[in-house]
Design a protein around this ligand. Sequence first.
Ligand SMILES: Nc1nc2c(c(=O)[nH]1)N[C@H]1C(S)=C(S)[C@@H](COP(=O)(O)OP(=O)(O)OC[C@H]3O[C@@H](n4cnc5c(=O)[nH]c(N)nc54)[C@H](O)[C@@H]3O)O[C@H]1N2
Ligand SMILES: Nc1nc2c(c(=O)[nH]1)N[C@H]1C(S)=C(S)[C@@H](COP(=O)(O)OP(=O)(O)OC[C@H]3O[C@@H](n4cnc5c(=O)[nH]c(N)nc54)[C@H](O)[C@@H]3O)O[C@H]1N2
Ligand code: SF4
Ligand SMILES: [Mo]
Length: 734
Amino acid sequence: MSSETKYSVCTICDIGCQLRSEAEGGKVKRVIAHDNPMLASNICFKGVAAPSIHNHEDRIRTPLKRVGERGEDKWEAISYEQAMTEIAERLKTVVDEYGPESFAVSTSGWNTQTTHATDRRFMNLLGSPNWISGVSLCAGNTAAVNKLTYGWFPMGDFGNANCIVLFGHNPRKHSWTPIYNQLNAARKRGAKIIVLDPRVSDQAEQSDLHLRVRAGTDAAMCLGWLKVIFDEHLYDEAFVRDWCVGFEELKARVDEYPLDRVEAITGVDQALIAEAARMYATADGAIIPWTPITDMQISSTSAIRLHSILRAVTGNLDVVGGETLGGFNQSYIPESELALHQALSDEQKAKQLGFDDHPAYTYRVAEMLKDQTEKVWGYPYADIVMGCHMANPSNVFRAMATGDPYPVKAFFVLGNNALMSYPNQHQILKAMMNQDLIVAHEIFMTPTAMLADYVLPGDVFTERNHIADSWSWTTRLALSQKIVEPPEGASSTFEFWRDLANAFGFGEHFPWGTLEELLDYRLSRSGRTFADFEQAGYMEMQTPEFRKYRKTGFATPSGKVELSSSILDELGFDPLPYYREGPALSEAYPYAVFSGVREDPFFQTGQRNIAELRQRCPVPSIFIHPTDAEKEALVEGDWVKIQTAYGEVTAKLAVQASMKQGHLRVPHGWWYPELRGKVALAGAFLSSDAVLCSDDDEFLDHEQGIPHFKGYPGRIIKTQKPADFESSAYAVGS
Ligand SMILES: Nc1nc2c(c(=O)[nH]1)N[C@H]1C(S)=C(S)[C@@H](COP(=O)(O)OP(=O)(O)OC[C@H]3O[C@@H](n4cnc5c(=O)[nH]c(N)nc54)[C@H](O)[C@@H]3O)O[C@H]1N2
Ligand SMILES: Nc1nc2c(c(=O)[nH]1)N[C@H]1C(S)=C(S)[C@@H](COP(=O)(O)OP(=O)(O)OC[C@H]3O[C@@H](n4cnc5c(=O)[nH]c(N)nc54)[C@H](O)[C@@H]3O)O[C@H]1N2
Ligand code: SF4
Ligand SMILES: [Mo]
């Protein structure tokens, strides 16, 4: 049997490692390291398991139509053509009755990368602004908030930085592997690493300084750092004078956070706070890499803005060893253009759910930044990490559930387990039960897909050609080659949107017959085709032009770095960063519960059905500090429930000295594929963090409306191992 090897960009998690895949006899056999030594050092468990995922017997291989009640998980197999005809007809009925804004889409990051913004393109032509994504909680929202300060989302120069600050972010061998490698290389070079984490995480263990912050208090910590930096004149006075606005106002705000106050809020000794601030501010080249931890907490907008302010005032913006403002890759048409945001009228943009309540990443801000973005970066809309100009998920699910402020009656979900991937899972279920039409585009039958009317099988990264462009965050373009054929009934997300567009009479805007033609189009301004790109190599990047702002200014309304945000001011929010306390702990709910610490063998809600991965982590765990365990009369291995005022989840107890006292860690993403047919929605409500976390106002960041997943009130009680688990193949012996 002949075997071959091709370049792949792994899309199992969002970091997109460059690897190679081997196929034999029309099947993927192995995923192996890249041949470039810079890219070859290691592959995580999940990447190695790609052939088991791609060839898995549970993969959906043919379009399915619901025959039972919604959520009953009963299906008939139909053809792709029948599915698309019926979906188009039913969507037209909804749009005719309720208007285009009654159509919402939820999608995700890398796994649906072959969409090439055709989803936004379709929605913008149709007239719906109600697109949401998991990136509203992860990097997409950071990008949007960074733009408020200096008009772009920078990438840290790990290769040259002399100090790296990790706010919770904990890359390790099987999580964010390429960043883990970069951190190891930096440490070897002598770069200092500061970690802020309630736990003694893997990165904290090896850090130069570890600040054990109380969960959810990162914004207060940053204000404390600025207090030290301003009081001790550790900032770049020339840059602040020439390129920043709002310094005096910011300084006055920072003066409200003396270190004794910051110590009281964060639980970190003030001498250590000052030492860390000095280490960061005096390093010759320092970075604060993006972190999801500040993307999911009550003061998120302030915390993200504070990171961007720290970068700017310490002179680390757009310099070697600092944070690069890369701009678009000029040889690849960006998603920002493909999305056709201009096609959506102002009237429809203003209907975007969240536009009034929580506008920071909606079209409302995008419109305010449009002229300057075009002037500086060449395009009016900068879709960085997909996350800009989107609706607020909680507002969308409320509208779906209740019709407030208007009905949303059709919901398409592509490569995203939406039921479990936002706060308030109870409301999401209610929302989905109230739909006239749900379509899921998936590779496995997830709890979300079980709630659909139609499930369309997706392809995977070994089955399609692609050029990954790092979502315009950097200028890197990476080659990913098809090595095997997708299942016969499968479609790429691009084909799905193109075919739907044809059914709606928008075909002229989707003139690409194949993905390769679309890739040719995206490369056309550099006079190349996909075949040329494949021939030339596997990766290219543009050399950054540092301090471009000296020629163009920043892409903000003032053209400067806005320490005080004119946009937040105009929207009626506090223009300066502040700290807000999350929902209060109480006698009934005395612990601060946080989601996070991803399990090594899985990506988010996925892969619980992949035996070689599940064996590494058969059941979910809740972490507790030994002192708290003793107080609660609990021991390692007990089955426990975390309860909040909103719900409860069950998992096994792990007593860990590395935990911070007073905190409980709840895992994200657990459902039980093996309980399909035995427990409703395959146990999606048994152990999911989204059951515990509310989206009531006191849980939501004001400006973005994102939930507080980092330190909400809960309690822990002992329970029995759920009876259903006894029959679970993976729970044996656990
Ligand atoms: N409650 C809660 N919600 C969260 C988080 C949390 O901690 N708690 N974390 C947030 C974070 S950090 C992130 S990054 C997001 C992640 O949210 P998602 O990126 O949606 O992550 P997954 O849960 O892995 O869901 C992806 C789905 O895509 C399917 N899939 C995989 N490959 C393909 C493909 O090639 N084509 C198609 N069509 N489908 C595919 C998988 O089977 C899986 O069901 O969730 C966010 N939401
Ligand atoms: N194997 C594997 N790897 C993954 C993923 C996966 O699902 N599986 N998911 C990927 C994705 S999409 C993401 S977003 C990342 C997430 O990965 P990371 O960025 O590493 O984040 P987490 O693992 O959620 O949590 C990291 C640390 O944050 C600490 N922490 C909790 N609350 C707070 C807080 O309020 N403040 C501070 N400063 N620290 C806090 C926790 O104690 C924990 O040690 O992992 C990526 N890598
Ligand atoms: S870290 Fe693992 S799962 Fe993520 S892209 Fe790399 S190989 Fe794939
Ligand atoms: Mo994430």
